[in-house]
Design a protein around this ligand. Sequence first.
Ligand SMILES: [Zn+2]
Length: 385
Amino acid sequence: MGFPEFFKRQLTIARVYGIPVRIDYRWFAVVILSVWLIASNLQKPIQLGNVLLPPHAPATAWLLGLITTAGLFLSVFGHELAHALMARAEGIEIEEIVLHPFGGLARLKTDPQNPRAEFRIALAGPASSFLFAILAFVATKIAAVGDYESTVVVFFLIAAGNLLLALFNLFPGYPLDGGRVLRALIWRRTGDIKDATRKAGICGILIGGMLVLFGVYILISPNWRAAQPYFMSVWSILVGLFLLDTAVKVVKSAQHARLVTVSDAMSPPVTIDPGLMVTRFVDDILPLHRQTSFPVAVSGRLHGILSLEDLKSLPKERWATTRVQAVMRPVKPGFFVEPATTLDSAQSVMKENGVGAVAIVNARGELVGFLQRGSIKRRSRTKPR
Ligand SMILES: [Zn+2]
């Protein structure tokens, strides 16, 4: 395991509702930075609205930094858990929750089936963060009345952190939650999830780019010099780059999926002669090919599709006397497509035609390829939340 790989490694820290919760090693760097930032600021006097907080002793400041960071950590986790539980309520299984340096990620095993589910899952996160922010603000007020100054700071920072988490995630660019809401809305209007993903991803690219520019701007602008915005600048640039990177990948893969045709994905056909005896097929051809259906053809002309499912109903003792043409499904429109058909529409043809496969026939009527569901190489998709 190389050095960069080590830092990509994830540690499973808990299981909540059966969902593994993992942290990215880089998360530790962010935790240390957060504790240090809070602790060093608490050693100075702080004005919070009309409450003036005296400087804290170093030991107290570090302890409060630790407690506040733990609170923020739990807030991010609560946000992701809200996405995950809403997804589960929509019937989607959850692979894992990952906490990484720029927040979290609830990884779903499958994409939402409809825009309504996508919309609800996306909004569950920011809604929970708003709720946590309100609760923490109320706690801040109560602590202020009771004169518990240290507690005021902790609750105030947690409230502010949650508010920021909710608002930032509502920016309408994929992969942020707001971008998912946008995707759900476009998806509902047009019925085309790929196009919706592409559009929401483009908004994500714009927002990521704006964050990078903003980070650079506050670093070089004289107006900001007095505020010493180094930390904010670096954070803005890093988050911007992270968003840009993810959004570009999402847009590319959505565009790719729209352009890929069956001729890019098909394999050369392993054809069966209709006159072949079933027993010969089972003994000689089947063991060599990991397929569940085969095109039946004579000199390049498709006659039908032989599905292993259909062989099951044929008693074994009749295999030696039955020809393939007697058990195959004779060719019909749903069994073949043209080479220029998009992979997307071929997928839906295969889903509908009952054999889970489709033959590719060119304009001259020649069988040129075969495509089977499940054998198409899946590209890995990132599903950050
Ligand atoms: Zn979220």
